[in-house]
Structures are given as C-alpha cells and as structure tokens.
Design a protein around this ligand. Structure first.
Ligand code: RIB
Length: 316
C-alpha cells in the first residue's frame, strides 16, 4: 500500500523492554507477586519505525545502541521487522533499557534508563543529514537529548522536510522547537503538560481548546491521542477531526501511541489525507493494545484494513 512513497525516517531511542505483568500496578512502597515476565523490543523511536515498516512503508532508523547483547539483538529484530538499520551506530556503553509493569486492563508504568540513547548527539544528527532530507516524514520523540531534537528540527526546517514530534515523555521544550514541527502528537497527560499556563486550566478544557492552545506555540498540526476516546486532529487554518476509537479488549497499551504515529506518518507520506491517515493510525493502535509487547504487538496493513472495513463511513 505504501510502496514507492518517500521513506519515514525515525530519529530516536532504541530500548529493550523488561516487562512484568501483574493483576494490578503496585502502590507506592508495595511489593506484589506478578504473573509473567517478558523481554520485548521497545524504545519510542524504534517502535515508531517498526510500526511503519510492518505496515509496508520504507522505514529508516537513525539512533544508537550499546555494545552489549541487548544492542545486537535490537538491530537483529529491527532488521527482521523490515527497518533499515544502516544509520544505527554502536556506542561502547550499555543499550537503552525500559523497566515496565503492566496491570490488568493494559495500563502500565515505565522507567527508562537511556544508555546509548544519551549519546545521540547534535553532531550525530548532523552526520545523518543526507538520509534525513530524503524523508516523506521525519519522526522524533523525547528519549534522546533535547539539544539533538532541536538540531533535528532545524535540519528538517532547512531541508524542507516535515517533522512529526511525539513530545513524550513530557519535558520542558526549547521555545523554538514547536515552531519547527509540522505535527505534535501528545497523549492526554502530555497535552495537559504542554498546554498549561494558557488562559484556562488544561484539565477543564475541551480537545479543541487544548489543540488551539498548542497551535499557538507555532506547530502546524496537533494530534491529541485520547486512548479509549480516539484522537482529535487539528491543523492551523485547516479542518478539525474527531477520530472515533475502536472497541477492543485491551491487554497491553505499551506503544499504542507509537503505533499510531508510525501508521499516521506512513499514510501521510503516501499522500493519504489527514482524516484517513488518522483513522488508519487509530485502527493500527487499537489492534496493538490487544496483544502483549511494544513492537511485537504491531499489526500488518491487511489487519488494519480489515478493521477499517467494518466502519461504513471510511473510504478504503
Ligand atoms: O512508548 C513505549 C516505549 O516507551 C516502550 O517501548 C519503552 O521502551 C519506552 O521507551
């Protein structure tokens, strides 16, 4: 479906996820007995690259792993998922790790140890300018140093390639950064963090008011990822769309947002319109929460199209 489109280039983190499943998340200071433990491939950057690649888009990963066995396994599995790994460098240090707890219903808590992701420097981003400028869409997140994300934004602006920033995990941003983005894609919590300080309390705002507050920061488009409530999409001077959610039995919500971003970017890069791309991303994310793991849970294009075909108002 995406053959012949310009590549999705992802600049970001590569992690190994160490995941404990339990009946519920532990309270502060509490020890509980879990049900299972799994090692999955993760990292917000690598997840978004795999989401796009599994759907059939050309996906190129720019990032770093450590010189340990986790790093070698990450490259092996990213390659197996169809991601171009020729722009991943190996640093003489530990790879990125995420320690994740998943409770019943799919909610999670995540602690990330950056490892080699902290060595994704502005100079490394600059050294990859030639591949970045080939992108139909560049995807970034906030699990690499902030100055590197800013340098990426400046390069995208200079090379006239669109940048989609997933501002996660929520952190203070340099003022210039959002004006360099074509899209920002916060979830509910992140949207409240970035919209704070505007006239009203973000908690009490409608999606359109939160999006309007974020659009004032200079970004050209906002996607609010609302979990079970779907997504809200608005562009400066453009249309706004409420994307409905899909009713599914959630097992693990890890990387649902990453799945949305990879799918949304793949569809936009292939020339699909914003509303269709949002629905495609929402359907891909819905499928991902029915399965365990980050990259392991992501669907192929035919699965997403099958889910979309059940919605009578979607033109396939
Ligand atoms: O967005 C989910 C991801 O966040 C996990 O795969 C984990 O690695 C952390 O980066």
């Amino acid at each position: 479906m995406f053959a012949g489109s310009k590549p999705v280039v992802v600049v970001g983190s590569i992690n190994t996820d160490l995941v404990a499943h339990a009946d519920r998340l532990p309270l502060k200071g509490e020890t509980i007995t879990g049900n299972s433990f799994h090692t999955f491939q993760g990292g917000k950057g690598a997840n978004q690259a795999v989401a796009a690649a599994k759907l059939g888009a050309k996906a190129i990963m720019v990032g770093k792993v450590g010189s340990d066995s986790f790093g070698a396994e990450s490259i092996r599995q990213l390659t197996a998922s169809g991601v171009d790994c020729t722009h991943i460098a190996v640093e003489p240090c530990d790879s990125g790790i995420a320690v994740i707890t998943v409770g019943t219903g799919g909610q999670n808590t995540i602690v990330v140890i950056p490892g080699a992701n902290a060595a994704v420097t502005p100079a490394f981003i600059e050294a990859n300018r030639d591949v970045i400028k080939t992108a139909g869409m560049v995807l970034a997140q906030l699990e690499i140093p902030m100055e590197s994300v800013l340098r990426l934004g400046q390069i995208c602006h200079e090379e006239d390639v669109p940048l989609m920033l997933d501002p996660a995990p929520a952190r203070e941003l340099p003022g210039e950064l959002l004006s360099l983005c074509s899209w920002i894609t916060p979830n509910e919590t992140e949207a409240q963090f970035y919209a704070r300080g505007t006239a009203d309390d973000a908690h009490s705002k409608s999606s359109s008011a939160v999006a309007a507050a974020l659009l004032k920061t200079g970004t050209h488009g906002v996607v609010l990822k609302l979990g079970e409530l779907g997504a809200y999409i608005e562009q400066t001077g453009g249309s706004a769309f409420q994307i409905p959610s899909f009713k599914v039995a959630a097992v693990d919500s890890t990387a649902a947002g990453d799945t949305f971003n990879g799918a949304f970017a793949a569809a936009l890069s292939a020339g699909r319109d914003v509303e269709w791309s949002g629905r495609f991303g929402s359907a891909a994310a819905a499928i991902s929460v029915t399965r365990m793991g980050a990259q392991a849970s992501m669907p192929k294009a035919d699965e997403v199209m099958a889910l979309l075909s059940g919605q009578s108002d979607v033109k396939l």
